[in-house]
Design a protein around this ligand. Structure first.
Ligand code: FAD
Length: 305
């Protein structure tokens, strides 16, 4: 991949749209960091920003509080993540209504992982929605919402094969999902192949790549192993020896994420979802490189020209 190829494309920013994912903060300190991040990323005018939902609804109140604050204090459009783990249908329906009552029009609908964590075996609540597809159906019945769902370019770890995965994704699309957002990945060929196979399986909703800038390679490598995402040898090699050198780590991480995104743009991808980890810097830098800039930055650029 030759990065200089990309620098001849000053028009890229016109074609690219982004969304950002946050998680609800657990402490005052984390809350302050989240709001610094939101404030820094808001001028980039993302299509929406999503707020995750903890296992078994454990963050329900914090998710709702974060979504409410985004609605009340920013110009951003929030999307509330929801899962159906350990909840009866009427409880999930009540949460959908609670969000709708606040003015939420976008959701990210997920089955979720068992409260014991990724890898533990999933048992649906006896009166609950069994999977993401059933949850999408419930949301669609409750209102005219924009609904994102998950997709797994490297297969969901519980799924016996890709056919089972595509069957589930098709059910989610047929039940009214607007788009799918992928689990993060580092090999763009895998994503491209996945999208081609989805189209052949009759799935036509947009499949938006989820991009994870690598804030901490060791943590990402551990998490990837649990959720079935491959960490290519070349990626490990780029971060080798940088555990105690945060500045170089950040520079390398921003180069890696920009390279990935620019290559996807070259392949015709126009929408990106960033897993921000509630940190702005890497995402802001990558957005800058793909031409997504705040009006202030544009104005400063034209004044200097
Ligand atoms: P589904 O779409 O219902 O299923 C996913 C796949 O798993 C299916 O394709 C199917 O092949 C396979 N599968 C499911 N059940 C079975 C089974 N019983 N046997 C065999 N195969 C099975 N988690 C959270 O807790 N909170 C969040 O906010 C959150 N946000 C996420 C956002 C995105 C964009 C993504 C990609 C994931 C997110 N997750 C979140 C993680 C997600 O909850 C887990 O990956 C979970 O294991 C599956 O949820 P799902 O909605 O993808 O499941």
């Amino acid at each position: 991949m030759n990065q200089f190829r990309f620098s001849r494309r000053p028009d890229i920013g016109d074609k690219v749209r982004v969304s950002f994912e946050f998680f609800p903060p657990k402490s005052d300190e984390m809350e302050a960091r989240l709001w610094d991040t939101v404030t820094r990323l808001e001028p980039l005018k993302p299509k929406f920003v999503s707020v995750t939902y903890g296992a078994g609804g454990s963050t329900r109140e914090r998710t709702a509080r974060t979504v409410k604050r985004i609605l009340n204090e920013t110009t951003l459009t929030p999307a509330a993540h929801m899962t159906c783990v350990d909840a009866a249908r009427h409880e999930v329906d009540a949460v959908i209504q609670e969000f709708a009552g606040m003015g939420v029009t976008r959701f990210v609908a997920l089955r979720g992982d068992p409260a014991e964590g990724v890898g533990a075996s999933y048992r649906p609540h006896p009166d609950g929605y069994a999977n993401g597809a059933e949850l999408v159906g419930a949301m669609k019945g409750a209102g005219d919402f924009d609904i994102s769902v998950s997709a797994y370019p490297e297969k969901h770890p519980e799924s016996p094969d890709f056919a089972t995965d595509f069957d589930m994704l098709k059910r989610k699309a047929d039940n009214g999902a607007t788009r799918a957002i992928t689990q993060f990945f580092f090999d763009n060929d895998l994503y491209e192949r996945y999208v081609e196979r989805a189209r052949r399986a009759g799935i036509y909703i947009p499949i938006v790549p989820g991009i994870l800038p690598v804030h901490n390679f060791t943590q990402v490598a551990n998490f990837s192993a649990r959720c079935g995402a491959l960490v290519p040898a070349w990626l490990a090699e780029r971060f080798e020896g940088l555990q105690n050198d945060p500045q170089t780590h950040a520079l390398v991480a921003s180069a890696v994420a920009a390279e990935q995104v620019l290559d996807l743009v070259e392949r015709g991808v126009g929408d990106f979802h960033f897993y921000t980890m509630n940190r702005a810097d890497l995402v802001f830098a990558v957005c800058h490189m793909i031409g997504i800039r705040s009006h202030e930055a544009e104005a400063a650029g034209s004044a200097a020209a």
